[in-house]
Design a protein around this ligand. Sequence first.
Ligand code: HEM
Length: 267
Amino acid sequence: MSDEKTDAAVTYSSYLKIDELLTMQQPRSAGPEHDEMLFIVIHQVYELWFKELLHEFDRVRRLLEDDEPHRAQHTLKRILTILKVMVAQLDILETMTPLEFLSFRQRLDAASGFQSDQFRQIEFVLGVKSAAAIQRFPAGSRARLELERRHAEPTLWDAFLRYLSREGYSIPESHLNRDVTAPVEPSPEIERALIELYRKDSKNAELCERLVDLDEGIQEWRYRHVKMVERTIGAKHGTGGSSGAAYLRETVGRPLFPDLWEIRSQL
Ligand code: HEM
């Protein structure tokens, strides 16, 4: 008998690991409080979307490295569609009132989205590099190893600049060979190249616009998250130990790709 015949047939449940998945929602509050289930499910859903986004960001970077701008744009479109869904999902959590959240909040202890390593990985891929963010995770843990790897990798912006250089744009060596563990900073030389590109190269200008969409999409999520935080906990400190909404407000409106925004007033 072949191995194929002895194996149990794949089912919906075995393929998707439904039994395991459904055991992973474990409320901590007494009762448990009704809204804690929503709180757990929505965070788990976000972590799955974070995983998918990282998978797609790796693809966009590879496609740029392979000089495949059309396919990179196609993948960026998928990423943007996911981001829209991620922003829209905050509406669901906003149906939870401050008192409903308070009914189980103290059971979260110090747990907070602030500790999401996948969110930090997304920031790293998009150029928000921070060695301090890595130190918060235990040495040797999955999270720490992933963050260390991504910290040392070029960002999406680095891959884009290298692609532009191969397309004939004047991108200084200092950018092409920069220390990729440093955050992405604005640059007048890159802005000059981008202005030239926008004026004469509609193919690559489209690609730039998709990167602006991505940047705006992430900013939109940050804005909607802080508004949800304000309406749920007001000015209270976060469970992660930050000043809460005040800390989050500082991260809103900070662009990922500042050059793409700066050139708009010069076009
Ligand atoms: C009632 C709902 C929520 C509240 C009250 C809330 C509150 C907060 C607060 C106060 C912070 C600042 C860090 C801290 O001190 O804890 C934070 C950070 C964060 N939260 Fe939420 N959050 C909520 C839902 C969510 C959801 C559904 C996600 C999705 C994964 C999420 C992801 C994050 C992330 C990624 C950060 C870090 C942001 C950064 O450092 O830039 N949060 N949250």
